[in-house]
Design a protein around this ligand. Structure first.
Ligand SMILES: C[S@@+](CC[C@H](N)C(=O)[O-])C[C@H]1O[C@@H](n2cnc3c(N)ncnc32)[C@H](O)[C@@H]1O
Length: 199
């Protein structure tokens, strides 16, 4: 029997700040390799990522830049989705065992197993923080015809080249730092697929 692929539907996403701040992520924090990274919303981006995972079901979420797996864990909050986390080097995250996370050592652009119709969110947090790879990745996604939510880390003034890249994005963007990472978190409604607002 052939597997049915569900295309991610166009969605209205309302970022409810109080729900993001109050989200209980203790179970994820307790299996993380660095519990010190799990600060409150506005300091750490993980509650926001976890919340956004609840806006989609039966989809695939890409976590680009694993390091020790914090963002992968946050994005895995809604277990109806499957998270694939990519890094170029293994830094310990493979020790984390969670049924809806798969860790891969490769650039996602070389992963020929992906079906882009299934992908709802792509989180990009890659070194070096010079804004170069992010642009190349977004051009790749545009060439694929992919539309969806892109999350970008470190878009604030501490990383001026990333900030310049962020400022140059032509798709609709929301600076979600208020409930994200203190170094700056950006949400791109890539391809204007969804309706996104604050509350
Ligand atoms: C700031 S860390 C990611 C932190 C992680 N998202 C977290 O929540 O802790 C950036 C990572 O990007 C990885 N990286 C750099 N280029 C990459 C690429 N093309 N694809 C995947 N990972 C990459 C680096 O090896 C590094 O581990």
């Amino acid at each position: 029997m052939s597997e049915t692929i569900t295309k991610v539907p166009d969605t209205t996403i309302v970022l409810k700040k109080s729900e993001i701040r109050n989200l209980d992520v203790f179970e994820l924090e307790s299996v993380s390799l660095n519990a010190n990274d799990w600060l409150s919303a506005g300091q750490s981006e993980y509650r926001l990522y976890a919340y956004l995972s609840t806006c989609f079901n039966d989809s695939v979420i890409l976590d680009v830049g694993t390091r020790v797996g914090g963002s992968a864990l946050a994005l895995s909050y809604n277990e109806n989705n499957r998270v694939i986390s990519y890094d170029l080097v293994e830094q310990g995250a493979s020790k984390i065992v969670k049924d809806n996370i798969e860790f891969k050592i490769q650039d996602f652009r070389e992963d020929e197993t992906l079906n882009y119709d299934e992908i709802s969110i792509i989180m990009i947090d890659v070194d070096p923080h010079d804004g170069v790879q992010e642009v190349e990745m977004m051009e790749f996604l545009n060439d694929k015809g992919w539309k969806g939510i892109i999350l970008l880390d470190d878009i604030g003034p501490a990383w001026p080249e990333v900030q310049d890249m962020w400022d140059a994005i032509e798709d609709p963007t929301i600076d979600v730092t208020e409930v994200g990472h203190m170094s700056g978190t950006g949400l791109v409604n890539f391809g204007s697929k969804h309706t996104v607002g604050w509350e």
